[in-house]
Design a protein around this ligand. Structure first.
Ligand SMILES: C[S@@+](CC[C@H](N)C(=O)[O-])C[C@H]1O[C@@H](n2cnc3c(N)ncnc32)[C@H](O)[C@@H]1O
Length: 348
């Protein structure tokens, strides 16, 4: 959304301090403390100027409402609207939908709205669409089982494409309509929706309900994320040394090939806890390591895990630097009786 830079942005934001959560990470897992009696937590992604936000929060005083927007110039108008109406159940995050797991804990959100998100029409930008399978899988991490994603758009191609994304991410579709207001206005309209409706553009809407996820096997996830490589899962050979309490059936050994190059990845699934994967081996040419590490993180996410961990010996400074550059952070010292090492983790 292109918007003119508003004068006095900071003072206007500060005047809405009561609604603006400046450090959303600190609220992770604690949002309900803002309104302990709340029945549900509703989360809106890309609220823009907040017509929908203010009206929906006003109609549901029993629920806590959080609106996220990455353009402060738009968000300030949304906050001012809510403040003018005296709403006390609505809070704002000046942040990015791609960072949702940093702001919310698993199961914390009951209902998630995506209204008129940017369509990113070029195929090469498909991953930026807020209804891309990868985004939907991220929403799963904060949405409770049975929670809903409610999606509206004027953009028919985006809508048809999105209808394929929801099931791939484990959401059951319902209330699918390609002309929401055919029999007169339905529900609360957003700023964009009102404009398109006035122009006579039909509005598309659907609801995705979070159900069980058919997680992708790691090899399949890598095939999807890596271009030009063949990925083959090798049978367990029993010769790999495993960390304490790991079982052989958790081990996946993958051989990757491209133009005469070969790489090997070994990962323990569900180790040391259910939704974490553990990287045992990344054996690859120097120039491929970073791309393979990135693809592996994506494949681990597609496999239904939330984090990838590994053990890095303290003596290997260069290796440690490499993993830091790949977005891993030191978690704790490795206490496995081996040479001094640190456990590193990246949330995927
Ligand atoms: C086309 S506008 C729609 C605004 C509002 N939902 C409506 O229907 O009137 C899309 C909004 O989503 C915001 N947005 C896009 N991508 C976002 C992201 N990754 N995280 C947070 N906000 C995002 C944009 O800044 C913009 O305000």
């Amino acid at each position: 959304m292109r918007m003119r830079k508003k004068p006095n942005l900071i003072p206007r934001m500060e005047a809405c301090a009561g609604l603006w959560v400046r450090e959303p990470e600190s609220m992770r897992g604690r949002w309900r403390s803002l309104m302990p009696e709340a029945k549900r937590l509703r989360l809106e992604l890309g609220c823009g100027k907040g017509r929908f936000t203010a009206e929906t929060a006003a109609r549901h005083p029993e629920d806590l409402y959080v609106a996220l927007e990455r353009v402060p110039d738009a968000m300030v108008t949304a906050m001012e609207r809510c403040r003018a109406r005296g709403l006390t159940n609505v809070f704002f995050i000046d942040g990015d939908a791609a960072e949702l797991e940093r702001y919310f804990a698993p199961d914390e959100v009951d209902l998630l709205y995506i209204n008129f998100c940017d369509p990113w029409p070029s195929v090469k930008h498909a991953k930026r669409r807020l209804t891309h399978e990868d985004f939907l899988r991220r929403y799963r991490l904060v949405l409770r089982d049975g929670g809903e994603v409610r999606f509206k758009t004027d953009n028919r191609p985006l809508f048809e494409w999105s209808l394929f994304q929801f099931p791939k991410a484990g959401f059951a579709l319902s209330q699918v309509t390609r002309d929401l207001h055919a029999n007169g206005p339905q529900g609360v309209m957003t700023d964009y929706e009102e404009k398109f409706h006035r122009m006579g553009t039909p509005i598309n809407r659907c609801v995705g309900t979070k159900g069980p996820l058919t997680d992708l096997p790691l090899a399949e996830g890598l095939r999807r994320t890596l271009e030009g490589w063949t990925v083959e899962e090798l049978p367990a050979d029993g010769g790999t040394a495993l960390p304490p309490r790991a079982k052989a059936e958790q081990l996946r050994t993958l051989r990757l090939r491209r133009d005469g190059e070969e790489a090997c990845i070994q990962v323990l699934e569900g180790y040391p806890r259910e939704r974490t994967a553990w990287l045992l081996t990344l054996a690859a040419g120097e120039e491929d390591r970073a791309a393979l590490a990135e693809a592996l993180c994506a494949a681990v996410r597609l496999g239904g895990f939330t984090a990838l961990r590994l053990r890095c010996p303290l003596a290997e400074e260069e290796t440690h630097r490499f993993w830091l550059e790949q977005g891993f952070a030191d978690l704790r010292p490795a206490e496995d009786g081996g040479a001094p090492a640190v456990v590193m983790e990246r949330l995927v």
